[in-house]
Design a binder for this molecule. Structure first.
Ligand code: NAD
Length: 421
C-alpha cells in the first residue's frame, strides 16, 4: 500500500536529516482532510452512495495543488500519501504551491458521462468551501481529464465561485493551457533523456518499455519515439504487447478507435508485466505499487523512471539497488504536469494565453533546473537527494512564516537575552 512505503521513505528522511519531533510532526500530518459522501442517482433510477476525499497536506509554500482521481481503489490513506508526495514535488520544482490530492472511489468505466458529470458536481460542491485559487487548486489524475475539469469548473461557477484558476488541466476553450495534456508525459521523456545522458548514454536507439497508456504513458511514448528511442513494450489495463519496435502513433490510433491494446496487429501479446520485456529503460506510468519485488526480479532494464506516483515498492527498490539500477523518482520524473499546471494558473491570473511552444519551452527549462540539482549526485541517491531537498525547503518556509518558531528567530532578540534587556 502506497501509504506504507511513502511513510517509510518519509520517516527515513526525517532521521537522515536529523529533524526534531515537532518539525517532523508538522511535516507528517495533513493540514486539512475532507471526506464527502455523495448520493448519485444512476441512469436506471437506482441510488448509490459514493465516497470522495480531498487531503490538503501543506500550504507552507503556497496554495495546495494536486489532482483528483476516479478509481475503485481510492482510499483516504493513499490519497493522504499522494498529497504529501505533492508537497515534495511542488517544493522540489520550486513552485509557489503546497501539496494536495483528491479522489472518488469509483470505476469511471462503469458510469455514463451524465453520471460522471453529476459525481463531479457533487464532489466539487462537497469540497468547495475549502478550495479556491489561493487555497487549493485541482487538476486531473488517474481516470479524470480535461472533460472532468470542465465539469468541475462549471460546478464551482454555478455555486458562485467562477474562477478559472480553481482548476488546471481544463479544456483550452475554458482557459486551459495548450501544453497541459502532454506536459507530464513529455516531461517524463525529457527527464529520461537527461538521466540517460547523465549515465553516459543517449536516448537515440535506447529501448523503452512503458506501463500504462493513459495521459502519462501515451505522451511519454510519443515523445520518446520522437527523440529516437525504440518503444519495445506498452501495456494498459487490458494487458501488454511487445515488438522489436512499436510505432506509437499507430498503436494510439488503434486504441483510440476502441480496439483492445492487446489485439494490436503490429505487436505480439506479452504475458505478465510489460516491464519484464527485455529493455534498457522501464517506465511504470500506470498506478502506484505495480513494480513489486517479483516484477523487479524479472526485469532487465538498467534505468527505471517513475512516470506514475509511487510505482516502485521498497522490495523492488532493494533489488534495483543490489543490481546498481538507478531509479528516477516520481517527484522528479513526472513534475512536468504540475509545472505546466502552475503555468496555466499564471496565464489565468494574467488573462494571458501562451502558445504551446512557449509553455513547452518553459516547462522543460524548469525540469532542467531541477535535474541540474541531481546531475552530480550518485544515481543511487537520486530519490533521497530529491526528497531531502524538497523537505528542507518546506521546513525553511514553515520557519520563515513563523509556523515553526525557533528559539533564535525573533528580529528583536528575546527577553531572556541579557544583552537586549
Ligand atoms: P490515466 O487514467 O490517464 O491512465 C492510466 C493508464 O494505466 C491507463 O492506460 C490504464 O489502462 C493503465 N493501467 C491501469 N492499471 C494498470 C495495470 N495494472 N497495468 C498496466 N496498465 C494499467 O492516468 P494518468 O493520468 O496517465 O496517471 C498515471 C500515473 O501518473 C498515476 O500514478 C498518476 O498519479 C500519475 N501522474 C499523472 C499526472 C497527470 O498529469 N495526469 C501527473 C503526475 C503524475
Amino acid at each position: 500500500m502506497l501509504k506504507d512505503w511513502e511513510s517509510q521513505r518519509f520517516e527515513t528522511a526525517v532521521e537522515r536529516l536529523g529533524l526534531d519531533d515537532v518539525v517532523a510532526c508538522a511535516l507528517r500530518c495533513a493540514h486539512r482532510t475532507i471526506s464527502v459522501e455523495m448520493p448519485l442517482q444512476r441512469d436506471d433510477g437506482s441510488m448509490v452512495i459514493l465516497s470522495g476525499y480531498r487531503v490538503q497536506h501543506s500550504q507552507a509554500l503556497g496554495p495546495g495543488k494536486g489532482g483528483f482521481r476516479y478509481h475503485p481503489s481510492v482510499t483516504l490513506n493513499d490519497v493522504s500519501a499522494l498529497a504529501r508526495l505533492m508537497t515534495w514535488k511542488t517544493s522540489l520544482h520550486r513552485l509557489p504551491f503546497g501539496g494536495a490530492k483528491g479522489g472518488v472511489a469509483i470505476d469511471p468505466a462503469s458510469f455514463t458521462p451524465r453520471e460522471l458529470r453529476d459525481v463531479t458536481r457533487s464532489y466539487i460542491l462537497g469540497i468547495l468551501p475549502v478550495i479556491g485559487p489561493e487555497v487549493d487548486v485541482l487538476a486531473p489524475d488517474v481516470g479524470t481529464g480535461p472533460t472532468t475539469m470542465g465539469w468541475a469548473l462549471q460546478a464551482a461557477a454555478d455555486a458562485g465561485k467562477a474562477d478559472p484558476r480553481i482548476v488546471t488541466g481544463k479544456p483550452v476553450v475554458l482557459g486551459g493551457s495548450q501544453f497541459r495534456a502532454a506536459a507530464t508525459g513529455v516531461g517524463v521523456a525529457h527527464i529520461t533523456t537527461q538521466a540517460l545522458e547523465t549515465l553516459g548514454g543517449s536516448v537515440q536507439g535506447t529501448r523503452v518499455a512503458i506501463e500504462g497508456f493513459g495521459s502519462v504513458g501515451l505522451w511519454t511514448a510519443l515523445e520518446l519515439e520522437e527523440r529516437g528511442a525504440i518503444v519495445v513494450g506498452v501495456s494498459d489495463i487490458t494487458g501488454a504487447v511487445h515488438a522489436d519496435s512499436i510505432e506509437v502513433s499507430g498503436l494510439a490510433k488503434w486504441v483510440d478507435e476502441g480496439n483492445p491494446l492487446t489485439a494490436y496487429p503490429d505487436a505480439d501479446p506479452w504475458e505478465g508485466s510489460v516491464l519484464t520485456v527485455p529493455t534498457d529503460v522501464a517506465i511504470p506510468a500506470a498506478l502506484e505499487g505495480t513494480v513489486t519485488g517479483t516484477v523487479a526480479e524479472g526485469m532487465t532494464a538498467r534505468l527505471v523512471v517513475e512516470g506514475a506516483n509511487g510505482p516502485v515498492t521498497p522490495d523492488a527498490e532493494s533489488i534495483f539497488a543490489s543490481r546498481g539500477v538507478p531509479i528516477v523518482p516520481d517527484v522528479v520524473a513526472n513534475g512536468g504536469g504540475v509545472i505546466s499546471s502552475y503555468f496555466e494558473w499564471v496565464q489565468n491570473q494574467r488573462r494571458a494565453s501562451w502558445t504551446e511552444r512557449k509553455e513547452r519551452g518553459r516547462v522543460l527549462a524548469r525540469l532542467d533546473k531541477t535535474w541540474a540539482r541531481l546531475d552530480d549526485v550518485p544515481p543511487q541517491s537520486w530519490r533521497t537527494v530529491a526528497l531531502d531537498t524538497a523537505i528542507l525547503r518546506v521546513v525553511e518556509a514553515l520557519v520563515a512564516s513563523g509556523n515553526l518558531v525557533q528559539p533564535s528567530d525573533s528580529d528583536f532578540g528575546t527577553a531572556s537575552n541579557p544583552d537586549e534587556t
